[in-house]
Design a protein around this ligand. Structure first.
Ligand code: SF4
Length: 358
């Protein structure tokens, strides 16, 4: 069976799970939500646990993380915060690779996720056996992978990068005369290649959310708001990136929005980021970049279906029952830790990640 056949089947199976989950998710009244929040707060204390949420999960989980002394950030920062926090249990609201990254850095801690069904199209689209065979075809190249990958793919890599530090790390490798095998996100890979002119052979994965941004509709929106600045995540298609005033990770987009003098910001990333953006720049008008238009599909909502699987209910149940724990084979964890620490050390040296982030 070819790679092209395997990946859609895995994605479809996962999407079927999402549909089941959404259908079964109870709708909560405000009073019921408040009740869950109270129960979760009590359990956090009782179990010495802390909530660490990604910017893309629903507002109520981000707000609960903040209210209870937890943290909301991007994936690397989440794992770094968890490793430095005194809690013995980390509740990771996000997708599976984020729970795994936290386990790699904090093996002694219990890592719980509201649901283990929350995946990522980049991770699903980069199975270890196929990716490893791809790397084996290019033994003269450094293997550089995005953080949105399984622990097995991380263990196969020489370097791990995030969208905050990818350009700097690839530039560093170029300075050392290295050629690159890159995976899995083709848009981020192309963006890095355009910025650095690096010699990169690319795996062809994509994020189902960012891949949906549409150029024609974006141009029409920009015409309607001529003073607006466009902030874009580099998992977006090249044509969208080409229009951007700023390209960066979620955390960098927030910082760029804060610095911007424009009154209106058009933002091309998951709309979960709007919760934090509207706290940071409450006086600016925030407009989501368009995903619709004539070619709209059921994926065109700029919200990650897997991030949306995290809810107050499944967070409460997992914390109460100590279920949905992330377990990682120790020898694989040790292998994955090497490129992960390499990235963290590099990012600390470059001031991209500081101890104060955590
Ligand atoms: S938004 Fe895209 S990259 Fe992020 S978890 Fe969802 S599918 Fe993966």
């Amino acid at each position: 069976m070819s790679l092209a056949e395997i990946i859609p089947k895995k994605l479809q199976a996962n999407i079927d799970n999402i549909i089941d989950n959404v259908v079964l998710s109870p709708w909560l009244t405000d009073a019921e939500k408040a009740d869950y929040v109270l129960k979760i707060k009590a359990l956090l204390k009782q179990k010495n646990a802390v909530i660490i949420a990604h910017y893309y999960v629903d507002d109520e989980l981000q707000s609960l993380a903040e209210e209870t002394g937890g943290y909301v950030s991007d994936s690397l920062d989440m794992a770094n915060f968890g490793a430095q926090h005194s809690a013995s249990t980390l509740i990771i609201c996000g997708v599976r690779f984020m729970g795994e990254t936290s386990k790699i850095l904090s093996p002694e801690k219990t890592i719980i996720m509201p649901t283990l069904e929350a995946e990522c199209s980049l991770d699903l689209g980069c199975p270890i056996d196929e990716f490893s065979a791809f790397c084996d075809q290019h033994p003269d190249r450094e293997v550089v992978v995005y953080a949105n990958t399984s622990v097995d793919v991380k263990a196969r890599a020489d370097w791990i990068v995030t969208s905050s530090n990818a350009v700097q790390i690839i530039t560093h490798l170029m300075d050392e005369g290295k050629k690159i095998v890159w995976g899995p996100d083709r848009h981020l890979g192309q963006y890095i290649k355009n910025k650095t002119n690096a010699d990169m052979i690319m795996w062809q994965g994509n994020c189902v959310v960012h891949d949906e941004f549409k150029l024609y509709e974006l141009e029409q929106l920009m015409e309607k708001h001529p003073g607006a600045e466009l902030l874009v995540h580099p998992e977006s298609p090249e044509a969208i990136i080409a229009k951007a005033d700023f390209v960066g990770s979620t955390k960098q987009i927030i910082a760029a929005g804060k610095k911007s003098k424009a009154n209106t910001l058009i933002i091309a990333t998951d709309h979960g980021l709007f919760y934090k953006m509207s706290q940071v720049v409450p006086d600016k008008m925030l407009i989501p970049a368009p995903t619709g238009g004539k070619s709209a599909t059921c994926k065109s909502c700029a919200h990650c279906p897997w991030m949306a699987m995290n809810t107050l209910v499944n967070l409460y149940e997992a914390l109460r029952d100590n279920t949905n724990t992330i377990e990682v084979d120790e020898s694989v964890r040790q292998e994955a830790l090497i490129p992960l620490n390499r990235m963290i050390d590099f990012s600390m040296q470059q001031g991209i990640l500081t101890a104060g982030d955590a």
